[in-house]
Design a protein around this ligand. Structure first.
Ligand SMILES: *Cc1c(COP(=O)(O)O)cnc(C)c1O
Length: 398
């Protein structure tokens, strides 16, 4: 049997060094638990970065994927396939949208949204305004849309037509709008930069600016979508509807799939030949996503997410109150929650994450400011209690 050390050594010899990984080679997952090649068990409050929302190897998803893999794996979008149609039907029946373009990732879904916004607006209107602190992906266009300079460094010149407005300031945003602007792109809650929710009034002000200046509003719900915040899509509970929405992460519960959703009228601008993806909406990934949506839409599922969220928030508030020198409070929605650290806490952020890892609990440090908790949505109260116990142990030692 080969253990962690051997796998890690082999991995380090063959990969481009883009990732700083935890020192574990994961071999198995079930529900909220993972096991590494040394047989160590972990409580997973990362869920593959908000991807495995139904937990690892959810039986309905595994069954759908295995069945589809034995029937038909791939034919390309030169043909119709059953899982892809069923998935698009489920997405449109349960959202503002009428039409779907299938991609393979969040960045690709955003690329489709960017292309649609530009072609829909027509000649000369190509500029997209996004927010500082945002994260929209790592392709050149989505990295240009991402409002964090650290992701741009070394890759200039970036594609033109992306500008960033200060967070939380609709007046500053309006000043950036010109006759070149075609869309405003934002996350209803910024995940990567530290679990920063946009207040409903702010989102409404952005919607109003789009209506006033005839711009498309694009919501990147790659991280917030699919039940993560307690409703199927985060914007539902905020009372603001976009013109375009992008999804990925939890859509396939681990299989790579993304989607760009929009209305009939706007979709009409992307005609035959304007955009495509060889794998987009691949039957196996789509069959998994159909199982994901059916599970999330079953009566009671989202109610339970909201219930767990309320309990988890309460427990995190206790932690914040107990360690005021390390934490200032809790923020987020649903099961996308963050413990905001003080300046002293921030210095210890990575250390806290690593000490939790050593105790078999997986979380991460987001935006240099926040301990982020994104467990599978099926997390039990006992799992939350275990995480809190371990976290308190670690914070006690800080
Ligand atoms: C993760 C993420 C992306 C990028 O998704 P990939 O699948 O990694 O390309 C885009 N937007 C948001 C909000 C994300 O959280």
């Amino acid at each position: 049997m080969t253990g962690n050390a051997e796998w890690i050594k082999r991995g380090e010899q063959v990969f481009v060094g883009t990732y700083s990984r935890f020192p574990a080679a994961m071999v198995k997952g079930r529900g909220c638990r993972l096991w590494d090649a040394d047989g160590r068990e972990y409580l997973d409050f990362l869920a593959g970065i908000a991807v495995c929302s139904l937990g690892h190897c959810h039986p309905a998803v595994t069954e759908a994927v295995c069945r589809q893999a034995g029937e038909l794996m791939h034919v390309s979008n030169l043909f119709h396939t059953r899982p892809q149609i069923e998935l698009a039907e489920l997405l449109t029946q349960n959202s503002f949208a009428d039409r779907v373009f299938m991609a393979n990732s969040g960045a690709e879904a955003n690329e489709a949204a960017i292309k649609l916004a530009r072609i829909h607006a027509g000649e000369g209107r190509f500029e997209i305004i996004s927010l500082s602190g945002s994260f929209h992906g790592r392709t050149l266009a989505t990295v240009a849309a991402t409002g964090q300079p650290k992701f741009h460094q070394g890759f200039e010149p970036l594609p033109e037509g992306f500008i960033h407005a200060g967070f939380g300031d609709p007046a500053a945003l309006e000043e950036l709008i010109s006759d070149k602007t075609c869309a405003i792109l934002c996350e209803p809650l910024q995940g990567e930069s530290g679990v920063r929710p946009l207040e409903p009034e702010y989102l409404q002000a952005i919607r109003n600016l789009c209506d006033k200046h005839n711009l498309l509003l694009i919501f990147d719900e790659v991280q917030t979508g699919l039940g993560r915040t307690g409703t199927l899509f985060a914007h539902e509970q905020l009372g603001v509807t976009p013109d375009i929405m992008t999804l990925a992460k939890a859509l396939g519960n681990g299989l790579p799939i993304g989607a760009m959703l929009t209305t009939d009228d706007i979709a009409a601008s992307l005609g035959v030949g304007t955009h495509a993806s060889t794998f987009g909406g691949n039957p196996v990934a789509a069959a998994g996503a159909v199982a994901v949506l059916k599970t999330m839409l079953a009566p009671g599922f989202l109610d339970q997410v909201r219930e767990r969220s309320a309990y988890f928030m309460e427990r995190l508030e206790e932690v914040a109150a107990r360690f005021p020198h390390l934490a200032t409070g809790v923020r987020g929605r649903g099961l996308l929650l963050g413990l905001v650290l003080t300046e002293k806490g921030c210095d210890l952020g990575m250390d806290i994450v690593n000490q939790l890892f050593a105790r078999g609990v997986l979380i991460n440090f987001a935006g240099g400011r926040v301990l982020r908790f994104i467990p599978p949505l099926i997390v039990e109260a006992e799992d939350i209690d275990l995480l809190i116990d371990r976290l308190v142990e670690v914070l006690n030692g800080c």
